[in-house]
Design a binder for this molecule. Sequence first.
Ligand code: FEC
Length: 308
Amino acid sequence: AKEKIGVLVMAYGTPASLDDVEAYYTHIRRGNPPTPERLQELVDRYQAIGGLSPLLEITRAQVDNLEKRLNEKSPHEFVAYMGMKHAAPFIEDAIKRMAEDGIKQAIGIVLAPHYSMMSVGTYHKTAKEAAETYGIELLSLVKDYHLDPDFIQALVNRVEEVLQRFPGKAKEQVKVLFTAHSLPEKILEMKDPYPQQLRETAEVIAQRVGLKHWETGWQSAGQTAVPWLGPDILERMVSLQKEGVKQVLICPIGFVSDHLEVLYDIDIECQKLAKELEIHLERTASLNADPLYIECLSNVILQELAKT
Ligand code: FEC
């Protein structure tokens, strides 16, 4: 029989019920429980998007489709496991299950296209430690795929699609903000590739679509004592209005799925501000289980394996 290769597919994770929000938030805060007020704010945000985030189901669909596509394309036999950073099933749980299933070798990928030591880097650290604990040989961990041709094509399609919703010559009039999750400013001193990679993805899409006005932007910064990369999209919306901008498109290229940071931070919070500022704001649809995104993931994994 062919030796099975485990595929560790890692994503952020979301609470399974509103009762789990406290444990989830505590995990994100590295074991420090939030104050009751901060917890309530987060519960309110989940309630505002309908009670829970669809992230778990979407991640599950991405993992299942990726496994299927890998097995169609390659003579190896792949078994994919979903492992979350902050919620069950955790990355550690996925590795443990691999070991129980008799898997000896695995490759890992994060469902986030841009590399930062503070994002993808911490998934990798957890994966390496768990692999060590359970005796799984990690063949490789994919670092980034922010310029993968299928990834770019999927985003180009979405930008083209949503531009139709603006009147007139949208490519010439609309200001496009390509956004990603903010991170603490100290990543700049650490020469982290994250801001540059974000810029590269944005630049290629803008060129392909022929956009006149675009820039990158930061969203969803955490509330901690340290400064985060800015300006935040909320601040930027205010300054754009002062500059006379009336139409804005947000393309959240740092995220691949519908979840709180998209459904609340853009669709509710930023949209409310846009209404007040009388700006016409649209957002590109998330990739979710788009076959082009699955194609990107499968190609990146096979290319990575070919190097080992
Ligand atoms: O839909 C859902 O339930 C999950 C939404 C969600 C995604 C997500 C992605 C990223 N985060 C990243 C970094 C940080 C850092 C902190 C931080 C805090 C939070 C909190 C919530 C939350 N994040 Fe998140 N993130 C999501 C949700 N994130 C909730 C806590 C409340 C708040 O601050 O808003 C700050 C930790 C600290 O306090 O020290 C740092 C990065 C990503 C994108 C890459 C990835 O997906 O891994 C980076 C989705």
